[in-house]
Design a protein around this ligand. Sequence first.
Ligand SMILES: [Zn+2]
Length: 272
Amino acid sequence: MVMQEVFEKLQSLQEVLSKKFEVQNDIAEIPKVLATKTELLNRMKKTFVDKSQEHRTKTQFVDELRKKSIEAEAAREKFEGQMDQIQTQREYEALDKEIKDSGEREQDLRRDLQKEEQLLGEMKVGLEKEEAMIHKQEEEVAKEQAKIKEALHDREKQLKSLEKKEKAITPGLDEEILFKFERIIRSKLGLGIVPIDHGVCNGCHMILTVQFVNEVRRGEGIMFCPYCSRILFYQDESEGELEMEEAAEEAQEEAEEGEDDEEAEESDEVEE
Ligand SMILES: [Zn+2]
């Protein structure tokens, strides 16, 4: 294969490969958006499970408290009922104390119960709110999943078409060079083959030695930039410029020769 043809192939391949790597990168990155949302959803669910457990424990505690306050009420009523059978002052005083004590206990329990029932109610409202938020987040995740599926499907299609193009270009190219070329494109943001511009690598802008530039110019083999590893080629345009430069140099030389003649004439004049 003629070098010019190889360079042209590599340039078309560069276009295909840089797009392909971009698409591959998308395929890897797109699902990551969902990961954050799924993580948030899982955290919300975990908190909800923990709080539901707390709510269950609290409900049991309140039920217990309600039972105790009903028992305390029954105890007070029982003591009150015994008042009719009282015969002595001593008995009266003892029973009166029982009634007072049980009444106090009943009141304490009822106060606690009221407080705990209120807390339980607040917990329930909080849980319902969280449950609604979880549903919303689940909907969002589902929506995102559908979007991702569509985007991935789209990228897979792009990838297949790019791979087809790649397969159409690569036959006839050296495998080792292809391997290096792919790696350069991956690491150098899509540029694997660049022209030499006025003795400078157009990829990394390092000045190349004249000997090296001449070697690339002869085009006898693939040459890699010693600084950035990109494949280098000699552009017709810069050749044209070089020809112009050479012409300019020649003109300069001629002019200098002319000056020498003049100087010679001048010295002749001085001699006269
Ligand atoms: Zn370079």
